[in-house]
Design a protein around this ligand. Structure first.
Ligand code: IMP
Ligand code: MG
Length: 179
């Protein structure tokens, strides 16, 4: 795999984003909601770097796997989410690609009447956005390549890699051959 961002670069980018978030919410309480499953690694690092009083929760968003559903259908499960009504909410996700996932999740969360809602992502893919929305905070802009590691998966694997890597055709062959 071709490493795009090593452990140290990731840490630096996330720490810089944490400082920006602290500045934006200075003197306030924050409610941070991570989008499962891609945000878990970023969440673990980010919440420990932000020096503000905060509540932490999760929401689940995943592509439909049903046989009859169209590709791109999104399943959003907010049943396990903490109370966000009247709160200043920061939604955290791994990557902003076309932007459909994040905008749909935000739409869903607005139903619970937060005081404000902004978003923070580890990565933004250049030239891919299909929605009229930009995440409030992002650590890195990356080229249009399929990446894994630091929470991001390919077929639910590689989330545990401590670096961010681009999957190349030879990696896909190796993946397909895994026992
Ligand atoms: P969007 O709805 O197009 O913005 O896609 C967002 C979701 O697609 C992310 O939350 C990821 O789960 C997945 N995704 C998009 N690009 C990548 C990638 O390069 N690697 C791994 N997952 C990705
Ligand atoms: Mg994913």
């Amino acid at each position: 795999m071709k490493i795009l961002l090593d452990k140290e670069s990731l840490h630096q980018g996330v720490a810089d984003m944490a400082r920006q978030i602290e500045a934006a919410y200075e003197g306030r309480q924050l409610t941070i909601v991570g989008v499962l499953t891609g945000s878990v690694v970023l969440m673990a690092d980010l919440i420990r770097l932000i020096q503000l009083p905060m509540r932490v929760g999760v929401i689940q968003a995943s592509s439909y796997r049903g046989a009859t559903t169209e590709r791109g259908d999104l399943l959003i499960n907010s049943e396990l989410m903490i109370d966000i009504s009247g709160r200043d909410v920061l939604l955290v996700d791994d990557i902003f690609d076309t932007g459909h996932t994040l905008t749909r999740v935000i739409e869903k969360m607005r139903e619970f009447k937060p005081h404000s809602i902004r978003s923070a992502v580890l990565l933004k893919k250049k030239g891919r956005a299909e929605v009229d929305y930009v995440p409030g905070f992002s650590a890195f802009d990356i080229p249009d390549e399929f990446v894994v590691g630091y929470g991001l998966d390919y077929e639910d694997m590689y989330r545990n890699l401590p670096y961010l890597a681009a999957l190349e055709p030879s990696d896909l062959e190796k993946h397909a051959a895994l026992p």
